[in-house]
Design a binder for this molecule. Structure first.
Ligand code: AP5
Ligand code: MG
Ligand code: ZN
Length: 217
């Protein structure tokens, strides 16, 4: 399956994308994670992306597209993939479409997670991420068993630099102006499925699996 997770910051793309990847046995490719890793390792890519991430601006298309198309050519993507956080502009969507066309492949579908902006601010400012394994928590909705520590690996939990309220509000605006047009883009192609995502995590997941024809029998 070749799926795209679409939706505003905090909608649950990472949470649902990770669960889907495990269930469908395909790689979960999250551009935000790729950039954060590059910043942490201080690579050339990290150096170029850092200031955009900190401000909550989009990294320029020219940089992002190259990284993703290279990743999609790795052998583990032959059985499919889940793209999370890409595409984010019409230009990126066109580049992906061109690439897949060239490879003789098609998208299976686009999963849009729909949530009100106010819920998003609460979700993002309360999010904590494991420094070691990347697992995501929420101080109220999904707290770890031991405060500040990852349940899975014991690693330290931290708050993403761009999850401070001011930056969150800016990211939501950037989403409205630059990413929202992708709804129309994929709707016109008959690929868009919209999911109400202000429900418990397991409920959203079950609805997506059902739609993919992988629901519980
Ligand atoms: P990225 O990392 O992709 O951030 P984002 O799109 O802003 O999305 P988030 O990761 O914040 O939210 P999410 O939807 O994954 O939610 P999550 O599952 O964690 O991008 C970061 C930056 O990288 C961008 O600003 C840009 O600079 C750059 N970038 C990345 N891709 C780019 C591209 N293609 N082009 C240009 N630049 C790019 O959930 C959020 C919280 O809510 C968690 O705490 C979670 O536990 C909780 N939660 C999730 N689901 C539920 C639920 N159903 N109920 C209650 N709580 C829930
Ligand atoms: Mg994410
Ligand atoms: Zn961890």
């Amino acid at each position: 399956m070749r799926l795209i997770m679409l939706g505003p910051p905090g909608a649950g793309k990472g949470t649902q994308g990770g669960m889907l990847a495990r269930a469908l046995q395909v790689p979960h490719i999250a551009t935000g994670d790729i950039f954060r890793q590059a910043v942490k390792e201080a690579t050339e890519l990290g150096r170029r992306a850092k200031s955009y991430l900190e401000k909550g601006e989009l990294v320029p298309d020219g940089i992002v597209v190259g990284i993703v198309l290279e990743r999609l050519q790795k052998s583990d993507c032959e059985k499919g993939f889940i793209l999370d956080g890409f595409p984010r502009t019409v230009q990126q969507a066109e580049a992906l479409e061109g690439f897949l066309h060239q490879e003789g492949k098609e998208l299976t579908g686009v999963i849009l997670l729909d949530v009100d902006p106010e819920v998003l601010v609460e979700r993002l400012t309360g999010r904590r991420v494991c420094r070691q394994c990347g697992a995501t928590y929420h101080i109220r909705n999904m707290p770890p068993q031991r405060e500040g520590r990852c349940d899975k690996c014991g690693g330290e939990l931290y708050q993403r630099e761009d999850d401070r309220e001011e930056t969150v509000r800016h990211r939501l605006q950037v989403h409205e102006s630059q990413t929202r047009p992708l709804r129309d883009y994929y709707e016109k192609r008959g690929l868009l499925s919209v999911f109400a995502a202000a429900r418990p995590i397991e409920e959203v997941f079950a609805a997506i699996m059902e739609q993919l024809g992988r629901g519980r029998q």
